[in-house]
Ligand binder design. Structure first.
Ligand SMILES: Nc1ncnc2c1ncn2[C@@H]1O[C@H](COP(=O)(O)OP(=O)(O)OP(=O)(O)O)[C@@H](O)[C@H]1O
Ligand SMILES: [Mg+2]
Length: 637
């Protein structure tokens, strides 16, 4: 087949006429592919030869006439057909028309006329093919782009939708065609119907946001724009392009939240540091006063008949002291909750026994449930989790407190709280479920935000859930809340299992020893408090790291060195490093008192240094225990 000359197949059963036609066409420069005498033959030839045009007689041999053959040809190889016939009756013409021929020429035909018919048919066919290809290209492009595209006619009825639009609306193109766009789109505020607006205003409506609520699927946030489709000044309809931005919005929100948390963390670490020193003084002194008062009361009771006034005064002082102790503990808890925000985190990851943490949290909150609900506990046997046990306890306490606060007091039998734990895949899942007031979608959406509270009037700080979330995320876990306004809430925490570690050897319980303790702290009050706690030991107190070093230089030796971390001049970190270099024996006996990881340097130090540490505000007993520990392990065998 020549690539330039158009190729023609002649279907004509009269041999002489066919030959004559072949000659004429060849003379005009066309390539005649062959002569077919019947419809069947024409079909057989057309398939492999792919003619550019078929000249078709209508009355031909065989079962198929020319019109039937043309119809089959059109479907098989899309070759344009020009009828060349002696029949001009209405009925034949009507039948022929239905096969969409490119020409209908009556025999006999002049060469020039035949040529112009053939040329026009070839031209028309080429144009149509190009148009079809362009159309196919456009619709493939529209179908393939990731953004959703939907078009409507002037009446606002759907004329086209691509795959992305089908997915977002949950409606298939075939079902959508001809239906009003607002029905297909299921926008939550149809008043802002963008396509109708674009049509009515005759101009593009750009980038708006709307909520799509396809039936049976979750709501999605989309950004969309709509424009009228105008051709030659005439509006044909409108097109809307939209995309799902739900994930993007969520990520943005996460980012905003973590930004806010980061600055909160810095502030909280500063506050914690400032509060912890005076708090340590309060806790320690209050314990000391308690001891003194107890002794005084005991001796009053054992001696002469007591002076009634003095006894009452001492008892009242003891009561007041107990209240100071409780309040100081509350401040301590608040500070340590605030510090949970602080980055970097100074506390070790640790592991937790879930059942023990659950039991502790239930005990700690039992008062809250007395008049409110019956608490059921369904804790299955689960492996230890990768979270510090006291932190897990704190998380559970927060969740239980929230559950209690969501329940009205007075009907404890009608209300339930369930605390459950079980293995969920590889992780441990903890659930606190209540049948309380529940949350509206807006509250649920913001419940984990720091300082978001609906209980400001009752003293809520809005830190409970955000602290939980921080603690759980830091342990590599996840939190989620589910709630229905009026019927209750379920808060879930997933935690990774702890990596298997060898059980630590049981603690030794040696007899208490007396030792020589060097205390280094720039705060006079802290020094005095420590003196009271460690009064069984021989204490040497200094106000700076330099003074401590000069004592060591003078040859003084200590069984325990207790030092503050942040001090003017030389810090506790620097002192420890100096000890490691020059007095390694003393470095082994070094205990650092920390008020929280204030800076990245401190956090790194705390994470890597091998010395013992005590967090401020510390408990009397804790400090005594650690000092005993150092005395025991550093004692000569
Ligand atoms: N179980 C629950 N039922 C109903 N609403 C809850 C529940 N848990 C939390 N919320 C809602 O989430 C908000 C934030 O909780 P979050 O624990 O962070 O702060 P809070 O309880 O208000 O204050 P705080 O915990 O400091 O006392 C609450 O104010 C409440 O509106
Ligand atoms: Mg709370």
């Amino acid at each position: 087949m020549s690539s330039e000359a158009p190729t023609i197949l002649i279907v004509e059963d009269e041999r002489i006429v066919a030959k004559d036609l072949q000659q004429t066409l060849s003379g005009m420069g066309y390539t005649v592919l062959g002569l077919a005498a019947s419809g069947e033959e024409a079909l057989a030839r057309a398939q492999p030869q792919r003619p550019d045009l078929v000249l078709m007689d209508i009355r031909i041999k065989g079962k198929l006439d020319g019109i039937e053959t043309a119809e089959l040809l059109r479907r098989q190889c899309s070759a344009p057909v020009v009828y060349l016939t002696a029949h001009a009756d209405e009925a034949t013409l009507e039948r022929a028309k239905k096969t969409e021929p490119y020409g209908y020429v009556l025999k006999p035909v002049k060469a020039a006329e035949l040529r112009s018919v053939i040329e026009i048919a070839l031209f028309k066919h080429t144009m149509e093919r190009q148009l079809r290809e362009r159309e196919r290209w456009f619709s493939t492009t529209l179908r393939s782009i990731a953004d959703a595209v939907l078009t409507v006619d002037l009446a606002g009825q759907v004329t086209f939708m691509n795959g992305a639009a089908e997915q977002l609306t949950g409606v298939q193109l075939q079902e959508a065609l001809g239906r009003p766009a607002r029905e297909v789109l299921s926008l939550q505020e149809p008043a802002s119907a963008p396509l109708e607006q674009a049509l009515a205003q005759g101009r593009p409506i750009t980038l708006k946001q709307a909520v799509l609520a396809p039936p049976g699927a979750g709501t999605r946030l989309v950004s969309h724009s709509a424009s009228p489709v105008v051709d030659g000044g005439q509006t044909l309809g409108a097109v809307m392009v939209f995309r799902d931005i739900t994930e993007q919005k969520l990520q943005q929100k996460q980012l905003e939240l973590s930004d806010r948390l980061a600055s909160l963390g810095t502030m909280a670490a500063g506050v914690a540091h400032e509060v912890n020193n005076p708090l340590a003084v309060i806790v320690v002194n209050s314990t000391h006063i308690q001891e003194v008062l107890s002794k005084a009361l005991a001796s009053l009771g054992s001696g002469e008949p007591a002076d009634g006034d003095l006894l009452r005064a001492l008892q009242s002082a003891q009561q007041a002291q107990a209240e100071i102790g409780v309040s100081a503990h509350r401040i301590g808890r608040l500070v340590s909750d605030l510090r949970a925000f602080s980055r970097p985190d100074s506390e070790p990851a640790g592991t937790a026994d879930v059942a023990r943490a659950v039991a502790w949290a239930l005990r700690a909150t039992s008062q809250e449930f007395l008049h409110r609900a019956s608490v059921r506990c369904a804790v299955q046997e689960v492996p230890p989790v990768a979270m510090d046990e006291s932190r897990l306890g704190r998380v559970l306490v927060q969740l239980l407190l929230n559950a209690a606060q969501a329940l009205p007091a007075g009907a404890p039998d009608a209300q339930q709280v369930l605390l459950a734990a079980r293995l969920d895949g590889e992780r441990v899942l903890l659930e606190v479920h209540d049948t309380g007031c529940g949350m509206s979608p807006e509250v649920l959406d913001r419940a984990f935000e720091p300082f978001f509270t609906t209980r400001a009037a009752e003293g809520g700080t809005g830190l409970g859930l955000s602290v939980c979330r921080e603690l759980v995320l830091a342990a590599g876990g996840e939190v989620a809340a589910q709630s229905q306004l009026g019927s209750g809430s379920t808060l879930r925490v997933w935690l990774p299992r702890a990596r298997a570690v060898a059980a630590p050897p049981p603690p030794l319980a040696p007899a208490p020893r007396r030792g020589r303790v060097l205390v280094i702290d720039d705060e006079e009050l802290v020094l005095r408090a420590i003196q009271r706690i460690l009064k069984e030991h021989e204490l040497v107190c200094v106000r700076s790291a330099r003074e401590a070093l000069s004592l060591l230089e003078r040859g003084e030796r200590f069984d325990v060195l207790l030092s503050d971390l942040v001090m003017p001049g030389m810090t506790g970190m620097e002192l420890f490093q100096e000890l490691q270099r020059s007095y390694p024996e003393e470095a082994r006996r070094f205990v650092v008192l920390t008020g929280g990881a204030l800076t990245r340097r401190i956090a790194d130090f705390l994470a890597s240094a091998s010395c013992l540490r005590i967090e401020k505000p510390f408990e009397v007993e804790q400090l005594q225990r650690v000092v005993q520990q150092v005395l025991t392990f550093s004692a000569p065998p």
